[in-house]
Design a protein around this ligand. Sequence first.
Ligand SMILES: Cc1cc2nc3c(=O)[nH]c(=O)nc-3n(C[C@H](O)[C@H](O)[C@H](O)COP(=O)(O)O)c2cc1C
Length: 493
Amino acid sequence: MKIYIPGDAAAQSVGSDLVAVAIAAEAAKRNLDITIVRNGTRGALWLEPLVEVEISGQRIGYTNVTSDDAAAVLDGSHLSIGAVDSFDWLTKQDRITYKRVGIIDPLSIADYEAHGGFVGLAKAQKLSQAEIIAEVTESGLRGRGGAGFPAGIKWKTVMEAEADQKYICCNADEGDSGTFADRILMEGDPFTLIEGMAIAALAVGATKGFIYIRSEYPAAISQMNKAIEIAAPKLGNFELKVRAGAGSYVCGEETAMLESLEGKRGVVRAKPPLPALEGLFGKPTVINNVLTLASVPEILASGSAAYKARGVGRSLGTQIFQLAGNIKQGGIVETGFGISLDELVNGYGGGTLTGKPIRAIQVGGPLGAYFDVDKLSVSADYESMVTAGGMLGHGGIVVFDDSVNLAKQARFAMEFCSIESCGKCTPCRIGSTRGVETIDLIINGKDVAKNKELLLDLCEVMTDGSLCAMGGLTPLPVKSALTNFPEDFGGAK
Ligand SMILES: Cc1cc2nc3c(=O)[nH]c(=O)nc-3n(C[C@H](O)[C@H](O)[C@H](O)COP(=O)(O)O)c2cc1C
């Protein structure tokens, strides 16, 4: 009998290691011959630890298992969602990039290959560099780290650059609030990221790669290191290393990440030159998010047409949404772009955990806009989010109930920027501090009209004058809070 007990950080945080020990002990007591697989989470985080017992090829899922429940799980009497393959919340999704996460043993190459692993790389090895890039461009794949830049165009620039050395850098800093899809993928299916990076390396002619993982992700760091060692024979002359970040939000900004990778303080660089031309150690460098690179193997394996058949407009393929904050059913939802925010937070998410009405959602991390419930009908795709006054970012959605105060959230955005600013440019470094002071004056009812005007003026300076999107986008949550929730700033709705 095979028993799958998630070993990723999310499941570990709610006791899955103790559950594994208890189930092994109970099985030994009963002389049961079992194999425990430490898989990744399926992403239904509110059900963790979700233990799956495989009987005649079918996996039955037992929910919120504790170490006291070992006997009930083995008896089949514990609370269950039944066959995991028929679990509505999962079957409704369209898992492409995440197709193996939670299903396979993350560190078994045999399991990876049995579930379609390395098919994309094998295809890429038969194509020319230009043909690989054409396939990625044709798929419509855009960067999942936040900016949504087309991956194929970036790769073409690096391929065409003349240099004795090129690099592939994977951005796994994942600093956005309410996001965890990079981590869950790295812990649950690390070979997919490695395969995607190997394809990128082939496409642009790079021989070295780095995965920059935030130091707050020790389990992902360890998992990726193990997976790289196991996969090395498959990678030819492509040498891949993990580097741990030092705990700074701005180190997720691509040029600050390059500085950090070079061993320097994580301060942003002025652009141009673009990293694609002068990136790591001054050499042409592909920088892509974990999810961008992890989407590539399937695009090569099944073809760009199948990938771009999903999504809407210029937002093609699937997005891995992350539901967080005050939400009943938090976790990972991979589905084609174009699903409504309502379907995500009320459909998949089941509304707030407190049961109180939703008052606001923040989409796209700490620099994303605060939407009121009127915006729940908006389609979750790059263009519609911008039209609605926000951005999709890395696909994180944080839900707030009616106890939230949006003036305080706007203050938090400015304060976050002042703490996390790298300090290189004045609008971000000083503007954010003045922003906190100005919001405090508004909250305390001092010259409200005048200070609101000043705050908007300051936001304009930050948007136009900041060196990177850290200062450039901080006005988005602030202004959206002011516009969508004026009553929290002493105004009328
Ligand atoms: C302040 C700031 C933080 C960022 N953090 C991340 C991050 O944690 N992960 C990420 O992939 N991109 C992050 N980005 C975006 C990167 O600068 C860059 O656009 C991205 O890594 C490119 O990869 P992609 O094209 O695959 O999205 C951040 C940008 C800014 C301005």
